[in-house]
Ligand binder design. Structure first.
Ligand code: URA
Length: 429
């Protein structure tokens, strides 16, 4: 930390509600990454940010400082480097369908994805449900694959935006995750460091999401789009409903199966709709397509599927076993306690139930059971009858089942009128 910036003064300034300048943020965050500012001072500062907020300029500066805390990927050799980020949801297997679809339409997808923590699953863990799939690629293999196939997905490296890795872990442990400037800078620092020129953000809204209301989600989306714009990137944000899990499958192998079905022209309508919307926005912004019809055609005529299989094979996955993924065969149904229409089903609780069965991590490093999960037997708006299944759990010998039942208690609401909510609420450009 530079001698002119004292950590305690930074905390006091934010406690008063002052805006920091870029030098101050560089000194403070840089000092933290180098180990010169201790966790407890950064934790106090984070809490002050939660309460006092940040100006738009401050949030943009914080993002750049975090993006500069490690290396930035240079994707200049690719004509259309694109990226997508979801703020996190349950049953969200979108990347598995979207990435090969984008590649099939001429985009280069050089993507870092995360592992799951808590009730949301991670793309990297899902891909590892495919036998042989290697999620860690060295730089050379990563770039070669993007050149040859147009898509490579690897785990988050510590080299990219390391400040975010440190801050996120501290936020998780200090109740300071839910803050607009902190979420916006966390997400956008990784996107800026990742090098893509055109980015689409899937901002989830609802029970299973960080943003519970459309207003909160809109504000987060606008902030991230503005940060991207300042940094010379084209960013669009799609606000999508997370009042229930996306699609019908929750759990790693089950979600890969559902993604595969979608690539084969079947799959649940909400997943297909979200994929087409995200792809349409991204490819139009990148100047690669002019209408949704072109995107739909690549999904329906097998081009995206063919790209998916080449991608999986390039990362060591056994394509011949895609139809034979290991899924826990013991099942138990969670049933409706009344007749009527399903009006909501808490995605966060469904994700937590799957976690209890062994499908989620309590701590970093926990080994996941990739074969357990949940299948939604009804979607919001469907007519349901008392005693009929709403959710089927796939478990191993009943492990975690009691805790899953307890978590699901009260997760569903059944009412007298069926109403489907729109999946895509709006697009912020
Ligand atoms: N996703 C992120 O990457 N960071 C956050 O702060 C929240 C969601």
């Amino acid at each position: 930390m530079t001698p002119s910036v004292r950590a305690v003064d930074v905390i006091l300034a934010k406690r008063r509600g002052d805006a920091h300048d870029r030098d101050t943020l560089e000194g403070f965050i840089g000092g933290y990454v180098r180990g010169e500012v201790p966790d407890y001072q950064v934790a106090a500062w984070l809490m002050a940010v939660v309460w006092r907020g940040m100006t738009e300029r401050e949030t943009a500066d914080l993002t750049e400082v975090m993006a500069d805390s490690g290396e930035r990927l240079d994707l200049a050799e690719f004509a259309h480097p694109v990226d997508k980020h979801s703020t996190g949801g349950v049953g969200d297997k979108t990347t598995l369908v979207l990435a090969p679809l984008l590649a099939a339409l001429g985009a280069s997808v050089a993507k870092m994805s995360g592992r799951g923590l808590g009730h949301t699953g991670g793309t990297i863990d899902k891909l590892e449900a495919i036998p042989g799939f290697r999620a860690e690629l060295d730089r050379e293999a990563f770039f070669r694959q993007v050149r040859e196939i147009g898509v490579a997905v690897t785990g988050q490296t510590r080299a990219l935006a390391p400040a975010d890795g440190l801050l996120y872990a501290l936020r998780d442990a200090t109740g300071t995750v839910a803050s607009l400037p902190l979420i916006a800078s966390s997400i956008m620092s990784k996107k800026l460091a990742g090098g893509a020129r055109t980015i689409v953000l899937d901002v989830k809204v609802g029970h299973g999401a960080f943003m519970r209301t459309p207003d909160e989600a809109r504000a987060l989306a606008a902030s991230m789009v503005a940060i991207g714009h300042h940094a010379g990137r084209t960013v669009r944000a799609v606000l999508s409903n997370m009042d229930e899990p996306l699609g019908t499958a929750v759990g790693h192998a089950l979600e890969v199966r559902e993604a595969l079905a979608t690539l084969r022209g079947a799959g649940p309508p909400d997943l297909r709709e979200l994929v087409l919307t995200l792809a349409g926005e991204l490819l139009e912004a990148a100047g690669l397509v002019t209408g949704r019809g072109e995107v739909e055609a690549a999904l329906d005529d097998g081009r995206a599927l063919e790209r998916f299989e080449r991608w999986v094979a390039a990362q060591g996955g056994d394509v011949a076993r895609l139809d034979d993924l290991e899924v826990a065969t013991e099942t138990a149904d969670w049933c409706a306690d009344a007749s009527g229409y399903l009006t909501s089903i808490d995605a966060q609780k469904v994700g937590a139930a799957v976690s209890h069965l062994g499908g989620g991590r309590r701590q970093k490093g926990d080994v996941l059971d990739l074969g357990v999960g949940a299948v939604m037997r009804a979607k919001v708006g469907d007519a349901v009858r008392a005693g009929e299944p709403l959710v089927t759990l796939h478990h191993r010998d009943g492990r975690g089942l009691e805790a899953a039942w307890a978590t699901l208690a009260g997760a569903a609401s059944i009412g007298e009128r069926g109403e489907r909510r729109p999946l895509v609420l709006e697009v912020v450009r």
